[in-house]
Ligand binder design. Sequence first.
Ligand code: OSB
Ligand code: MG
Length: 381
Amino acid sequence: MKIASVEVRQLTLELRAPFTTSFGSYTSFERPFVIVTTTDGRRGVGEAPVLSDPAYKPEADPPSVLASLQSFILPSVATVHAEHGGIESVASLRASYRWTKGAVFAKSAVEAAFWDLEAQEKQLPLWKLWGGERRSFPVGVSIGGKTVEQVLARADEAVGLGFTRLKVKIWPGFDAEPVQALRRRFPRIQLQVDANSSYNLSNWQALKGLDDLDLLLIEQPLFDDDIVEHSQIAPSFKTPICLDESIHSLRDAQAAMLLWERNDALDRLIINIKPPRVSGFDEAIAVAKACRAAGVKTWIGGMLDSAWGKAFNLNFNSLAEIDLPGDHFSPSGPYFKDDIIHGALAAPNGVYELSDRVSAGVDFDWERFGHASRLVYRQEF
Ligand code: OSB
Ligand code: MG
């Protein structure tokens, strides 16, 4: 692939309803996007779905993504491009910036733009390019509410729209009450909780109050960078513990599997695969395959991505290795007031169907994106 230029643009995305987690409430985001233009005039787009600050985890905020892209990642791509007269494949793209440690969200935006270009070149949908087979699957919603009433109202809305899997945000002091209330109202729905690293070694025992509620999983109860302590508490629960924040690579997933196995709890490990959190779809495929080989269940997480980013994740959900419904929709459907695709993503009765259309399978709204986004950086190749 011969690149003419790469742009980084930033777009304000306004949520339709505030989203509350253990680390705060969000109403809008300043989201970085990478646009790669080839010498034959094709454009590929990748989103870095970060929040406004590093409260979820380090390097998951706009300033760090922009700094990594401008100072290290894009100049490295340019150097390799000049040496080889182009970038041959996603593998050579990843090799060009491998020396840069971390920066998983920044890397994933560049990689996503490349997958978009590769799909266009081969005239294939992303799901086919990634070896996916499942055309239709149930999708879940994530509920980030501030009060029990708000959580129940959002759950009612989601169930009314046909969604059959709910995830609810919890934190110390806001756990047993909302989750028991949800379980009472929906005795048989697939229900899971996400603590976003808000418990510690002296209060995690409070989560035992959730162990009899027939939950699918308890997501990242302890520290954002921790695998070991999670593996130590896992045997105390019947409910599987799921890792999100602390998995950045295949190696992290392998470390988790090793530790859960040592603690005799491998049947209760689940991994939330967020492709941008593991530096892109290439690594995400490797994580999905390794987990499947070990019998560890996986599902696709989200970062309140734009509809463009969600469409990539939905394509990824087609892989046979993905077991559980992912976080793809808000309880009332789309997440944002104005988005960057024509039309909106929809999952009638909580089921999403992939099309045969090229790349992400949705139309990027270049006109709106052009008006609404701001150029932050441009590199000529
Ligand atoms: O921990 O899964 C998370 C949103 C932002 C940051 C972290 C998380 C979330 C969600 C929303 O739970 C999932 C989604 O995008 O649908
Ligand atoms: Mg999570």
